[in-house]
Structure formats: C-alpha cells, structure tokens
Design a protein around this ligand. Structure first.
Ligand SMILES: [Zn+2]
Length: 178
C-alpha cells in the first residue's frame, strides 16, 4: 500500500465530476486500500478518489465505528435537517457549519463488487454526503452562504500562500514502519 498526495483547494480535479466505475478490478481495490491508508495518516473521516487525483466514483469513510467503501454511491432517501461544523482534507484549517439531511439511505457497491444498502444518520450520514459531494465536484464551501464562503476562502489563501502548491504530502504517523 502507499500513501497518496492529497489535492488541495484550487486543484482542477476537485471540480471535475467523477466517472462511474465499470468493474471492481484489482486496480480499484488497490486504490481503495491506498485511500484508507492515506485517510488514516491524514487523520480524516472520509476521502474521495478525486482528492487523490483520480476522478472516479470511489470514496472511503471511517466514522462512528463504520468503515465503508463506496463505489458508485447514491443517496436514495434523505430526511430531516441537521447543521454541524465540517472541514475537509483538501482545505486544511478551514471549518464551516453546513446544513444537510440528517438521515439518509446510501446505495453503493462494496470492495467485493457486491451492491449494498445502508441507513445512516448523524456524523456518519454527514460524512457520506460530504464525500458524494466530492464525486460531483462539490466542496463543503459551496454549501455555505456567499459571504461566509468568501471569508473562509480569504482565510485559507492567507494561511496557504501562493507557491505552496496544490498537493499535500501525507506522512505516516511517527512510530509506524512503512
Ligand atoms: Zn472533503
């Protein structure tokens, strides 16, 4: 397995709609493994494939004890409303409150190639929706008011000066061998 660099705000691949996965091949499973490793090293709760530079409909989630592989995911039902703070591995140090449905039904294909259905609420439902947004080229910033979005983008640009690049190398947690 290997750690993959994470694309940051401004990288075009984050705005690209991702292509459906035709078949769960060995290559897809390897990407899933690398994404889990990268997400864990970056201490994230979710990661979409375009965040590691591949515009395909794959995302991984590790939240509230659930470790989920989502290939070609869709939200088939949504209800309720919930407002909580979100952040994103592609927009470090920036957080904003996002309103989303509170309960969802996810339909996706797993790493074994089998379709599954999952009911989720709370943080898990939020992370799933955040990752599926990524696959559609949407960032959580897009779900904020225009004023709040401008403030946060300005803060991000101040703290991540030009020349910092659009890739973030993720390091393995110290004390772990590669
Ligand atoms: Zn994100």
């Amino acid at each position: 397995m290997s750690l993959l660099p994470i694309h940051l705000l401004g990288s075009p691949v984050l705005r690209e709609p991702s292509a459906p996965v035709a078949e769960v091949t060995a290559e897809v499973r390897r990407l899933v493994d690398d994404m889990f490793e990268t997400m864990e090293a970056a201490e994230g709760v979710g990661l979409a494939a375009n965040q590691v530079g591949q515009a395909v409909r794959i995302a991984v989630v590790d939240a509230e004890g659930s470790r989920i592989v989502m290939i070609n995911p869709i939200i088939s039902e949504a209800s309720g409303k919930d407002r909580e703070e979100e952040g994103c591995l592609s927009i470090p140090d920036v957080y904003g409150e996002v309103t989303r449905p509170e309960r969802i039904v996810l339909e996706a294909t797993g790493k074994d190639g089998a379709p599954y259905r999952l009911e989720a609420d709370g943080l898990l439902a939020r992370v799933i929706q955040h990752e599926i947004d990524h696959l559609d080229g949407i960032l959580f910033l897009d779900r904020l008011s225009p004023m709040k979005r401008r403030l946060l983008v300005a803060k991000y640009r101040r703290e991540h000066k030009e020349g910092g690049g659009l890739l973030r190398e993720v390091a393995r947690p110290s004390g772990r061998t590669p």
